[in-house]
Design a protein. Structure first.
Length: 449
């Protein structure tokens, strides 16, 4: 069977359809993606490329397809962030410490992907132990943005976003503790979904912050994100999303001090989408959430304490086995007092209450995913008229608050600035992924026009 020339760049839904229609076989598809991976080696998308290890999954899928078995992802190659345990396949967490770890069992979500018929397609690059947002990994190479290799893809799920955008897989699995799915999705130009906290199990995922960690999909389209979410959760969010009537929904555009400063081009895209949504019958208005100003400190204290606890044994015994940036963060985390952590959780509870009240008046909150487009690799500060801001701080400023609350948050591409993609973030009520996906699909359609 001849490979359709554009299939490796096609959405997951189209790939799955081609496999069901048997216009391409899983093994042929694996080979096609492998060729692209080899040609895109400079992007450093993978720590462990799929190689021959993907072929047994592909052969099993081929047999199931021949028997016309059901499976939403049957034969579809899905790349896995190298934070999720994979049976018989090295899982490094982007670290030197775990460089030779080969788990004996899969993470819960990998098990679900296999059950749905997915081909587990290699392990993607990430910021070491997922503790950073640049994906400049000292052990496995600096990941590069596929839109401009001089620029960062963001992190920590940078390799997963690269693999999706560069056509190295049909979709990818990532994790998000302070924005690690949404940030690379925004900077590389794909869809990234952080579902409600606890919706997807984290068994078999190397932890960073136990109360902040989420797992979720990175995909080419909103439909793909919905399909993958339902396969991972066993739910029906995407099917429900297709029945949501968006006309009349109340959308709040966040206007608060934490949103500023923004790159002017990013601000313009927010204004444009707000106007387009109004034209399509949604009720759009500006809203404020002043309590969000507390979240920078609250997130910092919470994450540093929890990450330091997760790494307490290794950071004491093997501090030089960590890269400098992660080592410093973990050592600083050990200085967080119990009183500081308790105070942060009290502030967190107040912020959650404020978010709950806000969603009494709106259905969807809209804001940029990141205040900047992809920074140059190695760039440490962003220069604003009012001064400088660390790149890391800028990238998580608008994403981390929603890890504190655990509400679903989606990054969808909308327009470009200087040839670089802009991500818009949609935030919904707890367990209301369907409405978030429905509005995301509308914005995706508007962007295509």
């Amino acid at each position: 069977m001849a490979q359709p020339p554009s299939l490796t760049a096609a959405p997951l839904a189209a790939v799955a359809a081609a496999l069901r229609q048997r216009t391409i076989s899983p093994l042929e598809l694996v080979d096609a993606y492998q060729e692209r991976i080899e040609a895109a080696a400079e992007l450093r998308a993978f720590i462990t490329p799929p190689g021959d290890q993907a072929r047994p999954d592909a052969k099993r899928a081929q047999q199931r397809l021949a028997r016309r078995e059901a499976g939403a992802l049957l034969g579809v190659p899905i790349a896995i962030k190298d934070l999720f345990a994979t049976r018989g396949l090295r899982t490094t967490a982007g670290s030197r410490i775990l460089r030779d770890w080969v788990p004996s069992r899969d993470a819960a979500l990998v098990t679900r992907l296999r059950a749905a018929g997915a081909v587990i397609f290699g392990k993607t690059n990430l910021h070491e132990f997922a503790y950073g947002v640049t994906n400049a990994n000292p052990w496995w190479g600096i990941a590069r943005n596929p839109r401009d290799v001089r620029r960062s893809p963001g992190g920590s799920s940078g390799g997963s976003a690269i693999a999706v955008v560069a056509g190295l897989c049909a979709a990818a699995l990532g994790s998000d503790t302070g924005g690690s799915i949404r940030i690379p999705a925004a900077l590389c130009g794909c869809v990234g979904l952080k579902p409600t906290y606890g919706l997807l199990p984290l068994d078999g995922v190397v932890p960073l912050g136990w109360s902040l960690d989420h797992a979720g999909p990175l995909t080419r389209t909103i439909e793909d994100a919905g399909i993958l979410l339902d396969a991972l959760s066993g739910g029906r969010a995407w099917k429900q999303a297709q029945r949501v009537i968006t006309r009349g929904l109340r959308v709040g555009i966040l206007h608060d001090s934490i949103v500023q400063p923004l790159q002017p081009g990013v601000s313009r895209q927010v204004e444009r989408v707000a106007a387009a949504l109004r034209r399509h019958g949604l009720r759009v208005r500006d809203v404020r959430l002043p309590e969000m100003a507390w979240t920078v400190a609250t997130q910092l204290v919470t994450l540093r304490a929890e990450a330091s606890a997760a790494h307490a044994r290794w950071i004491r015994a093997r501090p030089r086995a960590y890269g400098p940036d992660v080592r410093i963060r973990l050592q600083l985390g050990a200085l967080v007092s119990g009183a500081d952590y308790v105070l942060a959780q009290r502030m967190r509870a107040k912020f959650k209450d404020a978010v709950r009240r806000l969603f009494d008046d709106i259905d969807i909150l809209l804001l940029p995913t990141t205040p900047i487009t992809a920074p140059v690799v190695g760039e440490r500060t962003v220069r604003w008229r009012t001064g400088e801001e660390p790149v890391d701080g800028a990238l998580v400023r608008l994403t981390a608050p929603f890890n504190l609350t655990g509400v679903p948050a989606l990054s969808v591409p909308y327009g470009e600035v200087g040839g670089l993609p802009v991500g818009l973030q949609l935030v919904g009520r707890w367990n209301d992924e369907a409405r978030v996906l429905a509005v995301g699909r509308l914005i995706e359609a508007l962007a295509s026009r």
